[in-house]
Design a protein around this ligand. Structure first.
Ligand SMILES: CCCCCCCCCCCCCC(=O)SCCNC(=O)CCNC(=O)[C@H](O)C(C)(C)COP(=O)(O)OP(=O)(O)OC[C@H]1O[C@@H](n2cnc3c(N)ncnc32)[C@H](O)[C@@H]1OP(=O)(O)O
Length: 194
């Protein structure tokens, strides 16, 4: 059985998402939003090192290859790791809106086991926006765009101000991000849609 719950149905006043004029062009890699992010950070040794690429509209594709460190059952990806891959892919969509948002709700279907060594091919899009609420959906296929469907998710992200991270995060990491010499990554971490 699959399908999202009532909590993930956009309200009647929801609107179509609008791609930000400065969003990366279709085909362009998004890069990591944070060096130490478990989902996308290049400085995270056991992270997913997920790479997302802008698509048309408010959509993107992403890939990650399941490593031995990602096992749950012998030789198979842990379900929580797969949920993380979906969460990270969906979270990356917010860069196309130039909005800072965090996951409020994530509903996941696990349809097939994903063996170690598999490259999971993910596709995601924002389907609707209602005020601070961003509704989105994602799929993950084994091996490539035409591969068997292995996982899917629907999610609600909620837009937050940068204070969310300053208030709840740790001062040392926040300061390190502010000092990041990579200007695009610094902008991506701190820019809030006016
Ligand atoms: C240093 C900076 C770096 C930044 C880098 C970018 C970060 C990217 C990270 C990427 C990593 C990957 C991504 C990650 O892993 S993000 C990390 C995982 N997520 C979190 O840690 C979020 C924790 N939760 C919260 O902080 C708060 O609960 C939030 C901010 C989400 C809402 O609390 P807030 O007090 O602000 O707002 P509100 O409660 O008035 O709710 C607002 C509206 O939303 C609706 N609603 C809320 N929750 C749910 C729900 N569960 N189901 C259905 N609906 C829900 C709610 O009904 C309301 O609707 P309405 O009444 O208006 O109709």
């Amino acid at each position: 059985m699959s399908g999202s719950s009532a909590a993930l149905q956009p309200p009647a006043d929801a609107v179509k998402p609008v791609r930000h004029p400065d969003a990366p062009a279709p085909g362009e890699l998004l890069g990591a939003h944070y060096e130490h992010c478990f989902g996308c950070g290049p400085g995270q040794p056991h992270g997913l090192h997920l790479e997302a690429r802008a698509g048309e509209g408010v959509s993107l594709t992403a890939e990650f290859t399941v490593q031995p460190a990602h096992q749950g059952a012998p030789g198979l990806a842990h379900g929580g790791v797969l949920a993380t891959a979906l969460d990270e892919t969906l979270g990356s969509l917010n860069w196309l809106l130039r909005t800072i948002a965090v996951t409020g709700r994530l509903e996941t279907d696990f349809l097939r086991p994903v063996p170690v060594g598999t490259t999971l091919y993910l596709e995601a899009e924002v389907t609707a926006v209602a005020g601070r609420k961003i509704y989105c959906t994602a799929t993950g296929r084994l091996g490539g765009p035409g591969g068997p469907l292995a996982v899917r998710a629907d999610a609600l992200f909620v837009e937050v101000k940068v204070d969310h991270f300053v208030d709840h995060g740790r001062q040392e990491e926040i300061q390190a991000v502010m000092n990041d010499p990579d200007q695009i990554r610094r902008t991506r971490a701190f820019e809030v849609n006016p």
